[in-house]
Design a protein around this ligand. Sequence first.
Ligand SMILES: Nc1ncnc2c1ncn2[C@@H]1O[C@H](COP(=O)(O)OP(=O)(O)OP(=O)(O)O)[C@@H](O)[C@H]1O
Ligand SMILES: [Mg+2]
Length: 461
Amino acid sequence: MRRPMSLTLRVALLLSAVSVASFLAVGAYLYATLQRQMAHRDDVELIAKVDQIRHILSELPSLASVAQDSKPLTDTLFGHNDFMLKVNAADGKALVQTSITSRPLPHVDSVPAGRPLTIEDIHDWQPAAGIGRMVRAAATVGGGDAVQVTLARERSDRLKLLRAYAVDLLMALCGGALLATLLGYAVVRHSMRRLRSVIAKANDISTSRMNTRLSMHDAPVELREMGEAFNAMLNRLEDGVQRLSGFAADLAHDMRTPLNTLMLETQVALSNTRSVEEYQLLLASNLEEYERLARMIDNTLFLARVDNAQLAVQRESLDLQVELQRIHDYFEMLAEDVDVHLSVDAPPLRADVDPMLLQRAVSNVLSNAIRHTPAGGTVRVSARALDDGIELAVSNTGPGIAPEHLPHIFDRYYRADPARTAGAGLGLSIVRAIMALHGGDITVDSQPGVQTTFFMRFKKI
Ligand SMILES: Nc1ncnc2c1ncn2[C@@H]1O[C@H](COP(=O)(O)OP(=O)(O)OP(=O)(O)O)[C@@H](O)[C@H]1O
Ligand SMILES: [Mg+2]
């Protein structure tokens, strides 16, 4: 597989492409400007020369003197061997001709004598090499004779100059682009230093060293956003890892208690010969511990399946009255045993929920309620319809939950009074997970000493 190009190189190449494009644009502009200015200046010069020649002619006494002594006229072109001057008499006779061009000059209109020349009077012509400009103008010799002045100029040297200038520009452009690429590469590489330090930090993080965070206060905005996202991810990961290791530690700890009891009781029983009744008692007590262990493992597995999204909610249309009555019948004996009055009050309602999960959630809350209600107290289960689902409420009288525990009771393994409860502290976290699977939630309202109510909301799909 081809290795993708590094970001540094990519940005540097992009920079150089941008600089080549802008150098080209500037170069083209400079070239065009120079070309235009040179052409204009040349035309202005041509006009000035014709003006000068017209003036000299006006000072000469006669046509004959023009032909005899052409020096004052040719002197005007001294040092300019790209110029060519022709002065013809009215009958076409050549009075002055400086050099002969390889190609004939085109016939162009003559500017009348006395009218000053303008740029528009100058015409292109095509000498053998390159381009040229020319003008024809009538002039009057001092004696009153009319003559035709033709002044032409080859501009091939100009073309050469412009070409050399273009080559210079191109060379400068290449040099500039190279410099821009190198500088761009260096600058981008320098800017990427922060990124490399992020990578180094990221490499440094392991599950045992999760407290590393990127310091982003002096970083550029783009990197700061990335760093903040990275730090937030680390926070979540650290939280998850901590929960996971806490989860494992708690699980081990909670399994050890029933296991220790089992071992101890079995050891004591084995240390002597026992009667059949004693063995039966022991086995009955062991069974309770086994059940506790089994419940704990079952709960933990349930939460693990929820965590790994392996649990699918199988909604069915249920008659809530029937479901709640069934739960009531199941818990009635238990409540009676501890002298708690249990009542269920539900209107005829249907709900689309997973029957197993509903039963599990209500049972968890209900068993808590019965366990925390003092003898003579009441536990009440009720249901009502909401706009977007249903709400079940389980309330019980009794000491309730102190405000400092309220935010934590739905956490895994959290027990408000570990000494008094036999559970593992998983019941409510399972209820919360079940409610989340149904798109709903669970809340609690507790007035210590008066009444505690858990509200479970199941959302419609
Ligand atoms: N109705 C209630 N009245 C008073 N305290 C309650 C009530 N329901 C829950 N709690 C408190 O919330 C804690 C968490 O309850 P949760 O059901 O999660 O755990 P548990 O009942 O201790 O153990 P488990 O349900 O796993 O057997 C309980 O330990 C208890 O202190
Ligand atoms: Mg419980």
